[in-house]
Design a protein around this ligand. Structure first.
Ligand code: PGA
Ligand code: ZN
Length: 426
């Protein structure tokens, strides 16, 4: 039973305040949840409550969310059985009473949800992935890792947000992440060769000083080859276009190239890239409200590559259902703070999988030392995890946790590798 819930304000990886919650049980077990924060957020996400006071952390303090945990959620949950995660989460949903968690704040609610799950797992002396996923939770996710940043995470110096890689040729997680590290270092050499600065964007990938978006693809292919891998067969490319953020009045604008396209033209551009480059996955290739554009893109690429909806679906069951009904995309990005509780996140993964879509568990651009998403990915056997780059501690804390769990699971571990995509690509 829950004895004490205590929230505080701490920092995320972008020097912005965020909510951290500690939960203590009567048996003495403790759990902690530190909430991440997005920058290229979807408009349908649950509300992240910030104070908006210009004199306090540039309007970004979260003291009201902290107070909501300490004054409102804590008294309501004290004495509740921490093993009943869905009751904990539903109690908070009822306390909040709004559609998008705007009264208490999704950041307040999620902090408690995560901290309670850890406290319960610790009370059971079980790793969190096992506690949430049971004995069948044995799948280590295939990593999707950012090598070059962009979009809102790099001052919009290039339009596309993430140039990522997936080590499809690896037989184990540790081999896969080693391949990723090799490509990261090789791409750094490629950047140096072309006289590009070695600065990094928000998620630790290299900062883009490009004249055109496709230059990122060329550099990445060169980085993969420079590392000694076959581009495509061993290391494939994934993109997060984050198209919502350069879409307006029916037009997609590549500001960096002075180029404007309608949905049809933009879909043709992306399909052309899939023909030319070893791309296996594209996220948010169309904007969150451009369902027609999504239909066009899905018709062209759904059977060829993974098409992920992030801003499109916002881990929201209603929006995921609409996508499934309209045969749009074939994969869903899963972010806990887009929806706000562990229970609803687990439901979103189940809905995704039941439709034959692939779930990709994901971090946010603003992260912390919290590694809960790693456990979530294994608990749900999601098969894929996206965390940003392989540099910076808020990123490596996730990749390193996976190395430890791989060691712990030993021969019990399952690593899907390339096979994960066979479920969607014909
Ligand atoms: P965000 O970026 O956390 O800033 O939303 C991550 C993503 O778009 O996948
Ligand atoms: Zn995204």
């Amino acid at each position: 039973r829950i004895k004490r819930i205590k929230a505080r304000q701490v920092f995320d990886s972008r020097a912005n305040p965020t909510v951290e919650v500690d939960v203590e049980l009567e048996c003495g077990s403790r759990g902690r949840g530190t909430v991440p924060s997005g920058a290229s957020t979807g408009i349908y996400e649950a509300l992240e409550l910030r104070d908006g006071n210009p004199n306090s952390f540039r309007g970004k303090s979260v003291l009201k969310a902290v107070e909501n945990v300490n004054q409102c959620i804590a008294p309501a949950l004290t004495g509740t059985n921490a093993l009943k995660q869905s009751i904990i989460d539903m109690t908070m949903l009822n306390l909040d009473g709004t559609e998008n968690k705007s009264k208490l704040g999704a950041n307040a609610i999620l902090g408690v949800s995560i901290a309670t799950a850890w406290a319960a797992a610790n009370a059971c002396e079980t790793p969190l992935y096992r506690y949430l996923g049971g004995v069948q939770a044995v799948t280590l996710p295939v990593p999707m890792v950012q090598i070059i940043g962009g979009g809102l995470h790099a001052g919009q110096s290039i339009d596309i947000q993430d140039f990522l890689i997936i080590p499809v040729g690896a037989a184990t997680y540790s081999h896969g992440i080693e391949m990723v590290a090799n490509v990261y270092h090789a791409t750094k050499e490629v950047f140096t060769k072309y006289g590009k600065p070695l600065s990094v964007a928000d998620e630790g990938g290299f900062w883009p000083t490009f004249s055109a978006n496709a230059e990122g693809l060329d550099l990445l292919v060169e980085g993969i080859r420079q590392a000694g891998y076959q581009a495509g067969a061993e290391v494939a490319i994934a993109l997060d276009i984050a198209a919502s953020h350069f879409y307006q009045d029916g037009k997609y604008t590549f500001a960096a190239e002075g180029r404007e396209m309608d949905s049809q033209e933009f879909a043709r551009l992306l399909s052309g890239w899939v023909d030319k480059y070893p791309i296996i996955s594209i996220e948010d290739g169309m904007a969150e409200d451009d369902w027609d554009g999504w239909s066009i893109l899905s018709a062209q690429l759904k059977n060829r590559i993974q098409l992920i909806g992030d801003d499109l679906f916002t881990t929201n069951a209603g929006r995921i259902k609409r996508g499934i009904d309209q045969n749009i995309a074939n994969s869903v990005l899963i972010k806990m703070n887009q929806i706000g509780t562990i229970t609803e996140t687990l439901q979103a993964v189940e809905l995704t999988r039941n439709a034959g879509y692939l779930p990709v568990v994901s971090a946010r651009s603003g992260e912390t030392e919290d590694a809960t998403i790693v456990h979530l990915a294994i608990a749900t056997n999601a098969g894929q995890l996206k965390v940003g780059s392989i540099a910076r501690t808020e990123r490596t804390v996730k990749w390193n946790e996976l190395l430890r769990i791989e060691e712990e699971l030993g021969t019990e571990a399952v690593y899907p590798g390339q096979d994960i995509f066979r479920r969607i690509i014909k």
